[in-house]
Design a protein around this ligand. Sequence first.
Ligand code: NAP
Length: 642
Amino acid sequence: MLEIHAAEAPITEDDAFIAEALESASIPTLMMALIHITGDPGLLDGPIRPGPAAMGGTQGGLPEEERAQVRAHALEVLKAFRDGGCRLPPPPSHETIIRMMSFMVGEEVPDEYLPMMLEEMALDGDHRDVHWDDVPAEARKSLRVLVIGAGMSGLLAAIRLEEAGIPYVVVEKDDHVGGTWYENSYPGCRVDVPNHFYAYSFEPNHEWSEYYSQRDELVAYFEHCATKYGVRPHIRFNTEVTRASWDEDRGRWSVQVRPADGDEETLEFSAVISGCGLLNRPKYPDIPGLDDFEGPCFHSARWRHDVPLDGKRVAVIGTGASAFQLVPEIAKITEHTVVFQRSPGWMGPNPLYHERVPDGKKWLLEKVPFYARWYRFLLFWPASDALLRSFKIDPDWPHPERSVGPLNEERRVQMTEYIASQVGDDPELLEKVVPKYPPFVKRILQDNGSWLGALRRPDVDLQTSGIERVTAKSVIAGDGSEYPVDAIVLATGFHANRFLYPMDIVGRDGVVLSEKWGDDPRAYLGITAPGFPNLFLLYGPGTNLAHAGSIIFHSECQVRYILGCLKALLREGRRVIECRDEVNEAFNERRAEAVSQLVLSHGGTTSWYKNSRGEVTVTSPWRLVDYWSWTRRPDLSDFELR
Ligand code: NAP
């Protein structure tokens, strides 16, 4: 018999407590945990079988009667487990785990996904961790790495560098960790990916208070990680990287940093990892008269907490994900809100979006062995590659302006019905909020009714005639209506296509990154680019996820790959690693071809996925499983090592 998994605390609670907690169990998840606890895979051959996870939520579509049966069985198992000293039998065999996966999600999990999912679930520990005991400490110390940004991905890079024993410095322009979650503090800001997998795979949090946590809790999570993994002392806060230039002779990056309260300094690094993301530089609209407005006017990502909006008349420009979250909140307190919509977004129903996690569920996550790991899998799987099928353009599809194929049309019908179920009695509003373009051209918005509920309020107007101009005290719409307002909120998005903007990055032979790329960034795997040796990007070109997964998953893939590149340098006794031009070009041609076959490239509307020529540059067309396998380790033939 093995001791209980170290991450889980022993069960000490009484029978009544356990029975109560089981009421909030996800039954498919519970069944998997029971197999671990009893060592008996018999449930896999039993009569109670979850349906497809995508359809049945976290309950596998099981009827209440069957759920009650599983709970009753679980109560007996957990009591015996507790009374027996919380000792676990040997873990299920690999073959059993594979059967468990398909059983749990009610569909066959193809073989090619198994290694990725096993790793993501970390059933027997963190397999993405980095221990370089095979590289002498002296060699490791010869590297000095700069990480730009202490947001989700920069912290992740720092955590792995720390594990690998490589000297590093994190330079962060803000006074805090958290990146986008720190900077975006607008009312209602929350994650819209399920939080129990929007967390590092190696640092699950069983205490999320909501299924989709709000901004403060996310910042606290990243703060916790920075401290727990020893990264904090390496962060230089309030310091901005302004310029980095490559010195080929010395094989180093020379980096200028500007502390908020000091003089610019030049630092030297053997490699640079950018964790500054692509949604961190606000985009301000070019609207006639905007500068003449006399009241407060601010971007959603630069929220003015010193400007109370209670009882005020407010204009919100934009209806993307940020507006979608903030409008319902401010509408509760303003005297009047007018929302300027240029194009509506598709939205999908998500009843858990604002719900709190019951205490019983937190207990199950924390105390029931392997429950949290399988819960992650249950959330991950339906948010994996299956959705990509709805993105595929069918060249023979008869009405490509409204959808691009049968599955895409199906989504359109579902979401239209969902919208109509809320505003069907208001044909004028319905006409304004149902997009004309196909689903998935832009990001799908998570909804629990709060957006359309806000738009239906008598003190909220939705303006769709555009903005003619702004005056000192009002916004004048395209149809000539004038809206006197006290404040303007610009929920107008970010410079997503300008990577590393506004930093000045000068590569080999004096090539300036912003000039080379313009708004057509091209990096191999979104991570590394010819002409810019020893420079690595996290959340780089073509790695935004629109069809599946969480950016944390992608960042974990990228960080592993980057650490693999650094290790290759040390192993080969080289100082410089640079992606080959032909490899990058071929990859980007494949990427462009793949994108052209997906709805992302549809011309029916704007999106921040596209550059000024309408080309999709930031979003990934790849299946998660492909990207995962391509980034497991670098293929050194893709690089020149010097
Ligand atoms: P966004 O999706 O780029 O939306 C910007 C909005 O402003 C769009 O409605 C756009 O209209 C409008 N707009 C831009 N310029 C305009 C102009 N000159 N006049 C009128 N309207 C204008 O930006 P976002 O809402 O900040 O979201 C960006 C991304 O951040 C999201 O897609 C998501 O990836 C991330 N985000 C995530 C969360 C979350 O997870 N909870 C929350 C917020 C943001 P058009 O649509 O017509 O271009």
